[in-house]
Design a protein around this ligand. Structure first.
Ligand code: ZN
Length: 242
């Protein structure tokens, strides 16, 4: 099962990527992790990437693609993977398609989009407050401290980081939409795109994602618990891989 996960900042993509990948028993491959691995272990690609980063330049697509390709070639990714953070644009999507066809004679099964409205993302991210002393992150709505503006853990003062200000968040979402809208259309045209509502409790979103992925999943895979009020265990039925 080869999946790409897309979603705006604040959609909970990292968390969902972990849950979905572990339910489906496939590795979660994030570009962030690949970068850190290559840079810290000092691979040739990591050294190349570092040169660009140290100059303050963007790492070119060719370097990113080479890192992703090397990761996909590893043993644990041969039965499937969930990609998180790649591809970011249409040229990368085209490269990935070519790569899978040429190196593995295969293709993506599905692209899962976490859909969250901009106002909801702003509400989530702009409510974050960070402790000046211990750096714990609170949320004014979802995880408030007992006393407004004061950290429960250490008594430190809470503040809003610049990254969490409404203007910054709206700008990040705009940039994301500009980059990703064409990517989403690309996959919609290919017929591989499915979107799920990514609002509500984390477990509900995971259930929704797994339910949406079910038609694409083939055995053998783990069973999962569906959170539809009850806690029935649902086995995944064998369906042909698309
Ligand atoms: Zn604190």
């Amino acid at each position: 099962m080869r999946i790409v996960l897309v979603g705006p900042p604040g959609a909970g993509k990292g968390t969902q990527a972990q849950f979905i990948a572990s339910h489906l028993a496939i590795p979660r491959i994030s570009t962030g992790d690949i970068f850190r691995y290559n840079v810290t272990t000092g691979t040739e690609l990591g050294r190349k990437a570092r040169e660009f980063m140290e100059r303050g330049d963007l790492v070119p697509d060719a370097v990113t693609v080479a890192m992703v390709r090397a990761r996909l070639a590893e043993e644990d990714a041969q039965e499937g993977f969930l990609l998180d953070g790649f591809p970011r644009n249409v040229p990368q999507a085209e490269t990935l398609k070519k790569l899978l066809a040429e190196d593995w004679d295969t293709r993506l099964n599905v692209v899962l989009e976490l859909v969250v409205e901009t106002d909801e993302v702003v509400r989530r991210l702009s409510g974050r407050r960070t402790c000046r002393r211990c750096e714990r992150v609170w949320h004014v709505l979802y995880d408030p401290p007992a006393r407004t503006g004061v950290c429960d853990d250490c008594g430190g003062e809470l503040f809003q980081r610049d990254d969490d200000s409404e203007d910054t968040i709206r700008h990040r979402i705009e940039v994301y939409n500009e980059q990703t809208a064409p990517l989403v259309s690309f996959y919609a045209d290919e017929g591989t795109l499915i979107g799920i509502d990514a609002t509500g409790p984390v477990e509900e979103i995971t259930s929704r994602a797994l339910a949406a992925l079910r038609p694409f999943v083939r055995l053998p895979f783990t069973t999962f618990h569906q959170n539809d009020g009850g806690s029935s265990s649902v086995s995944l039925l064998p369906t042909p891989e698309l």
